[in-house]
Design a protein around this ligand. Structure first.
Ligand code: PFF
Length: 447
């Protein structure tokens, strides 16, 4: 049998996993949802969910990959038996579905980048409308989607060490550097403080218990951590026993949350400073989640002339790099599953999966509304995946969890805590999150 490829180093794995976690969800989704979910109420709920509910599941997903050494399609069967086969399929279907619209969003990011670089920024509502049309309609959308999927496929076909690990090692430090520089720049804007207040300090306790805030916070936590979809199973299947998974899970979620908050510290001061220009652009499109980031920010920044243009170009190049390392991880799920389950070689698996994902992404490329729905429902799939992971490892194959963590020398106290949470807290909390999310999505006039 061929030897399974392994990460070159411990940091290679951590950076690749963090690369998967840090993506459009952090740079654009977090700020958008914070503004929809009442600022601090959303952030507090999100942090609570990450720390209490998601961390044990993240470790469980990693254990599932490492202890079985299998792809997301086969790992549940190898651990729990034939009955768990549907879980493997949920992973594969969910990752293809998410990448199908994610690639469209990446395409918009690339379009915004090129447009800002070569043609400048929109200066008025009319120009903003034209900017939006050129970025999100017509052939440029397909071009962007194709370019994004092509780049993603190229990295994945180069394999774990030669592709995924290599790109994570240079892109993650670059990304951190850029987001910190931009956050510092934003803090120098005259109305920066107003932006922070709106983002981090606005407190409305009624929002804390609102179904919409609960849905947004659960969805964001799972989406942002790339959790419940088998990505961590795939990445951890290339690990050896040296990695201390609980510690690494903490580092990965810490990096992910830090970038989300830093990104908010970039965007909120911009919105606060240029609100006369930005607010009408957002309102023009009924607060569309797409317009705010891709159109309103560049329009606001245009007031600063060349500085605004440089900031926009930097912001969107940063966003594209972050999205690329996430898209790679999404593609690795079907690719590793086809290699593992059907004996295909990597190139064949990459070509087939990429073409399939391109085709199912066409409706999202044609309609922003459809894309929004895909986004909202995909988060429900992640919660379902997370729920079953906690049931499988917390109740059915607890030995995998115990043994795997004992073998990598995690402290006994940490192990006991994680196992308790995985059995008793995560499934109940995720079940609750699922119930509220479905209720909120199905009620009339949900966004
Ligand atoms: N975590 C990435 C983001 O926040 O953009 C992308 C992502 C990967 C989302 C995997 C969802 C997912 F299941």
């Amino acid at each position: 049998m061929e030897m399974r490829e392994q990460w070159r180093s411990r940091w290679g794995f951590v950076l690749a996993a963090a690369g998967s976690a840090v993506g459009l969800g952090n740079l654009w989704g977090f700020s958008y949802k914070a503004s929809q979910g009442g600022g601090a109420a959303f952030i507090l709920l999100y942090l609570l969910i990450v720390l209490v509910v998601c961390l044990p599941v993240l470790v469980a997903e990693m254990v599932l990959g490492r202890s079985t050494g299998s792809s997301p399609l086969l790992a549940p069967v190898k651990a729990g038996g034939k009955l768990w086969q549907p879980m493997g399929w949920i992973f594969v279907i969910a990752s293809c579905a998410i990448l199908s619209f994610y690639a469209v969003l990446m395409g918009w990011t690339a379009d915004t980048f090129f447009h800002s670089l070569f043609f400048g920024l929109p200066q008025s509502i009319e120009e903003a409308k034209a900017f939006k049309d050129s970025v999100s309609n017509g052939s440029s959308v397909f071009l962007g989607q194709l370019l994004s999927l092509g780049l993603t496929a190229a990295v994945v076909s180069a394999g774990i060490r030669g592709g995924i690990e290599k790109i994570a090692k240079w892109s993650m430090p670059l990304l951190f550097g850029l987001v910190i520089i931009l956050a510092i720049w934003s803090s120098t804007l005259p109305d920066a403080w107003l932006g922070y207040k709106e983002f981090l300090l606005k407190w409305d306790s009624s929002k804390f218990f609102a179904p919409k805030t609960i849905r947004l916070a659960f969805g964001q936590a799972f989406f942002s951590l790339s959790l419940g979809i088998g990505i961590m199973v795939a990445y951890s299947s290339y690990l050896n026993k040296k990695n201390q998974l609980p510690k690494e899970a903490l580092i990965i979620s810490g990096m992910d949350t830090a970038v989300a908050i830093l990104a908010g510290m970039v965007t909120f001061p911009i919105v606060a400073n240029f609100s006369e220009v930005i607010k009408p652009v957002i309102e023009e499109d009924k607060g569309s989640f797409i317009t705010t980031f891709f159109v309103a920010l560049p329009t606001g920044l245009s007031s600063l002339g060349i500085t605004g243009q440089i900031i926009t170009v930097l912001l969107f190049s940063l966003t594209f790099i972050a999205a690329l390392t996430s898209a790679i991880s999404l593609l690795e799920v079907p690719v590793s599953s086809l290699i593992d389950g059907f004996g295909w070689n990597r190139n064949k698996a990459v070509i087939f999966s990429t073409l399939f994902i391109f085709v199912i992404g066409v409706p999202s490329a044609l309609s922003g509304k459809f894309l929004g729905k895909m986004f909202a429902y995909s988060e429900v799939l992640l919660l379902i995946g997370g729920f079953f992971i906690s049931i499988l490892l917390g109740w059915f194959v607890t030995r995998n969890y115990d043994q795997d963590l004992a073998e990598c020398n995690s402290q006994i106290g940490v192990r006991r805590y994680l196992k308790f949470m995985l059995r008793w807290v995560s499934p109940i909390a995720i079940g609750f999150g699922l119930f509220v999310s479905v209720y909120d999505l199905l009620k009339p006039a949900a966004t």
